[in-house]
Design a protein around this ligand. Structure first.
Ligand SMILES: NC(=O)c1ccc[n+]([C@@H]2O[C@H](COP(=O)([O-])OP(=O)(O)OC[C@H]3O[C@@H](n4cnc5c(N)ncnc54)[C@H](OP(=O)(O)O)[C@@H]3O)[C@@H](O)[C@H]2O)c1
Length: 284
């Protein structure tokens, strides 16, 4: 397959480039193409004649999105609509990523693909709008909801990833306060990329939840990072209310990879194993 990859400098995109060994992947960075620019997206598709448009681009600085409604929807919804239009024009499949944050997170049970979303922030609303555009307009799509991503490349938009941020704070000897009332599944972008590759070579189109297995709070996640790194910083749990982030986040946003298993793929490994693997191989 010839794949046009949007947001190519991001952490998930970097691991996708490695995982999609059977394919010709043409990476387009934010600097090269902004997905809000319809003529640019159309021209790239005309030039490269892709079989697949793979979109990792997003505006996902969750707290900033609260004050930046238009830019959030411009990238996460209107930009996605540009990709849908172009994918349909060239008969290509669209692959797009969404988020666990589309769920309200009150129910303490992993969510399956058929559960109703109820987004609680501008970021989550804009991502749900993007999902709905894909599901309503795209002729062929894989829509992937994932959660708590960390990868070797780090998220440029967020100034790194959670693992590296925790290690940096610990090495600086700072007291570390991390919320214990938000439960998620940390997901290694390498695992997501490797699990996505075989799915993309099928025609089992649709909505999929794809995360590592298990669950933990952000504070438990931090504790496991420090345990694996052999560090003993001053780590204390805090609450979302005390932390005072601008955007509301779900208290429980664990996803069940039901559709992926039903498509006859083996489920992901536990998040602790994926994290240990990352810590072994990541740059110091
Ligand atoms: N990170 C998470 O924990 C998480 C959780 C659930 C779902 N997701 C979803 O997973 C996907 C990948 O996330 P990620 O963590 O890999 O993100 P990332 O590392 O921040 O990568 C996103 C890339 O998209 C680029 N970009 C931003 N706006 C763009 C635009 N308008 N046009 C073209 N490129 C643009 C960014 O460039 P600049 O840095 O130059 O802006 C960046 O290189 C996103 O859809 C995100 O919503 C992420």
């Amino acid at each position: 397959m010839r794949i046009l990859l949007f947001g190519a400098n991001g952490q998930l995109a970097q691991d996708l480039k490695v995982a999609l060994t059977e394919d010709e992947v043409i990476g387009l960075t934010h600097g090269e193409i902004d997905i809000r620019d319809y003529p640019a997206v159309e021209a790239a598709a005309k030039k490269h004649q892709p079989d697949c448009l793979l979109n990792t681009a997003a505006f996902h600085r969750v707290d900033e999105c609260e004050d930046q409604v238009e830019p959030s929807f411009a990238v996460n919804a209107a930009g996605v609509h540009n990709l849908v239009r172009v994918a349909n024009q060239c008969g290509a499949v669209l692959v797009h990523f969404s988020t666990d944050y589309v769920f309200e997170g009150v129910q303490r049970k992993p969510r399956v693909e058929t559960d109703a979303p109820n987004p609680q922030s501008i970021y989550a609303l804009s991502k749900l709008a993007g999902e709905l555009i894909v599901r309503r307009y795209a002729q062929k799509y894989f829509l992937i909801r994932t959660c708590g991503l960390y990868g070797r490349a780090g998220s440029g938009g967020k100034g790194g990833n959670f693992v590296e941020t925790m290690l940096r704070l610990a090495r600086a000897g700072k007291p570390i306060r991390v919320v214990s009332d938000q439960v998620l599944t940390p997901t290694n972008t390498k695992d997501l990329a490797e699990k996505l590759a075989p799915l993309l070579h099928t025609n089992k189109y649709g909505l999929y939840h794809m995360t590592n297995a298990g669950e933990c709070s952000w504070c438990d996640f931090a504790a496991e990072i420090f345990r694996l790194a052999g560090l003993t910083p001053d780590l204390q749990p805090t609450t979302s209310a005390a932390f005072g982030a601008k955007a509301r986040r779900p208290a429980y946003s664990v996803l069940d990879n039901l559709a992926y298993r039903n498509a006859s793929f083996a489920d992901f490994r536990p998040w602790q194993e994926a994290l240990a693997d990352y810590m072994r191989t990541a740059k110091p």
